[in-house]
Ligand binder design. Sequence first.
Ligand code: TRP
Ligand code: ZN
Length: 505
Amino acid sequence: MSTHRLPPFPGPTTTPTTTPTGVRAGRSVSALICALAVGAATACAPSEGAVAPSQAAAVAPASPGAGASRSTTGAPGIGDPDFPSDGNGGYDVQHYDLRLSYDPSSRKLAGSATIEAKAAQDLTSFDLDLHGLTVSRVTVDGGAASFSRGKDELVIEPGKRISNGDRFAVTVDYSGVPEPMRDSANLGQYGFISTADGAFVTCEPNGAKTWFPSNDHPSDKATYDFQITVPEGLTAIANGEMAGTPQTRAGKTTFVWQEKHPMASYLATMTTGKFQIRTGTSDKGLPIYVAVADSFRGSLGQLLTQTGKITDYWSTVFGPYPFSSTGGVIDDYAAGYALENQTKPIYGGFSPEPAIIAHELAHQWFGDSLSIARWRDLWLNEGFATYAEWLWAEHTGQYTADSAFKRYYANATDSMWAYPPGAARADDLFSAAVYNRGAMTLHALRREIGDDKFFPLIRAWTDAHRYGNVTTQDFIALAERVSGKDLKGLFDAWLFQPKRPAPIT
Ligand code: TRP
Ligand code: ZN
């Protein structure tokens, strides 16, 4: 076992955290960062400059230029420059309807996924992302479709032509033993991870495809219905709220969950196992659902209380809570990290300190409601969630954001100075630089424009892009508009230069 979070003070951890990949954490940063990023060799990143391509460029499918004959093949990637085969081009998903059953003893997942989408071009074929698993049948609008498999791609040829603007529904029947993703972006294992009594399902950045066919990229958000059947006695936990009481028949129980707000695929979960459940309501009236594995039963009440309290507090700082319920799950799978699954962050094998809960719940605004359009902008998630830890410490009187900033700044040889967080690297995506230097960027901004502009800016940010996709350029533009200042130099130094910025004043 391990400690899971240490505050920026007073110093290095004495109980190193070990992740499934064996990465050892020995720094005084939060365990989620330790688990994911520390220990990864942080090579010097060349500067990528301050010029970030527009969101349109980031999500544009690779289509032929003007004059070329217009392809009716949906691109195999959605256009993320650093993850070229993630997501797909040619359509936009509106809704996923996932009807799945999971048997922990055989580790077999079976079921069908219906994807409702709108064509963004004429389509004679298009892809879904799917890793492993066996597809038995595909239909498009009820008619049989032919399909083939490529690496993590399911290529579908509908029996009829789909025209630009058409809405269509694809149903994929499939089964098999899900295999998690490994060793991508320095993460160890992620995706659908089977456990002794169920599954621990944490999919950032591109592990949704380990359990359902999807447009597996945060630039295509959709609503979700889940109908998950598991052996009686187990609980299946997905996003959003439960619809009705779980129904048990012939030794199996079916749980129906609905996420009615747009969600990025990596935030979807179907975590399964033996859980103790508690529900409640926050002081502000928000429904709360918490679940903990039996071995964490002692943390159930505290998780409920803290989750309600912190969600309510963030709604006063960041703006209205974007979803219909809040919650959290502690599984006994010792991942050592947490993930901000929409409405229900999950803590992998540890009882989270309030600072970690504060981090994951801040992500409900930064990452979940406002989602990045391409992974290189990840600081918009992790820098904000880390800064939220500092704000939480400030709120609870532990330390100030200013002192955290100063402490990091004081270390002139920290490897984060070589890693500009405005260009998160595919091979070291969850770097400590993205978290800590990202948070420092926000603090430098706060000091430059003052609290009376900074906090309204944050609320304007969550309001303007609620449920949408965002880029770093969007944030810089809004910061300049709200503050009335030219902030290009500040953001360039903090986000895009491979060296320690000049001290803030
Ligand atoms: N976003 C998570 C956090 O900072 C960290 C994370 C990244 C993660 N990828 C993951 C956690 C995959 C679990 C699985 O809170
Ligand atoms: Zn985070």
